[in-house]
Design a protein around this ligand. Structure first.
Ligand code: THG
Length: 258
């Protein structure tokens, strides 16, 4: 499973402040720490509601890639901010993300093609996130076919069924699992699937417990990648155990340290 760190995100106050002050040292230490914790890619998000989005993302990408060689997941809904991030990026790029909105697909699939990037496809459109699994699968299919029209092959996509907070939408949690089952029938080999795991526990108590329990369920349903809190050691242990149970890693008694 591809482990993507969620932590280089302006939503976190310390990171938001560091981006505002262009504090390269803070960001670089924080980014290196994500790698030490086991991150295999870093999600970069400058945070919502800033008027310097493209400049901030350009700076963030340049600053992080001075110390980290991993793929960078450029996380923004803004097409200008996305373009600035991709242009600055010498590491491998994951575009996070397009939606099923025509305007976004027309802008972002050509960028994915041009920069040989992976791209995350959120199963939502201008009307928002559908509240059933079938509509999510329909949108996934639309994004897969539109991507192919732009010569972006299915193996470059990650489908994202959009995890909702259990506190606000408890009935949506199992629909994500259902959507994943449908996604896996859309292509052969099955499309890759990614989630933002911590969404599920947003505003809830016992966040780590909810996150890691849900992660176990998602691993059983065929998850390929996840944006997670790599600074949570118990969560990272669930990933290691899950990789063994899915026979992606060879069993040994010392598997937590191996
Ligand atoms: N899918 C994709 N990308 C995503 C998401 C997704 N990117 C963003 C998000 N969801 C995944 N990343 C996070 C990052 C932080 C939190 C949750 C998901 C989080 N942050 C604290 C909070 O809001 O309570 C921040 C507060 C703090 O601790 O300072 O929970 O679904 N493709």
């Amino acid at each position: 499973m591809l482990v993507i760190s969620e932590r280089i995100n302006g939503l976190f106050n310390s990171v938001g402040r560091a981006i505002d002050k262009r504090d390269a040292r803070f960001i670089q230490e924080h980014a290196s720490y994500q790698v030490e914790c086991g991150a295999q890619a870093l999600d970069l998000n400058v945070g919502p509601g800033r008027d310097d989005g493209p400049a901030a993302m350009d700076w963030l990408v340049r600053t992080v890639q001075e110390v980290v060689d991993l793929p960078l997941s450029i996380d923004t809904p803004g097409i200008k901010t996305m373009t600035a991030g991709i242009k600055a990026c010498r590491n491998r790029v994951i575009i996070n993300s397009t939606t099923a909105e025509v305007r976004k697909m027309q802008a972002l699939f050509p960028l994915a093609k041009e920069h040989d990037a992976d791209i995350i496809c959120l199963t939502m459109d201008e009307r928002g996130v559908p509240n059933d699994a079938e509509s999510r699968a329909e949108m996934a299919m639309l994004m897969m076919t539109t991507a192919m029209e732009h010569e972006v092959m299915p193996d470059r996509l990650f489908l994202d069924p959009l995890v909702m907070p259990i506190k606000a939408a408890q009935d949506q949690v199992m629909k994500v699992i259902k959507a994943m089952e449908l996604f896996r029938t859309l292509n052969d080999p099955a499309p890759r699937i990614v989630v933002g795991l911590s969404n599920v526990s947003n505003g809830a108590k016992e966040r780590s417990l909810l996150n890691r329990t849900f992660l176990g369920m998602l691993l059983g349903a065929g998850l390929s990648a996840a944006i997670v809190d790599v600074q949570d050691p118990q969560l990272m242990d669930v990933i290691k155990a899950g990789e063994l149970l899915r026979a992606e890693k060879l069993y040994c008694d010392d598997f937590l340290r191996a």
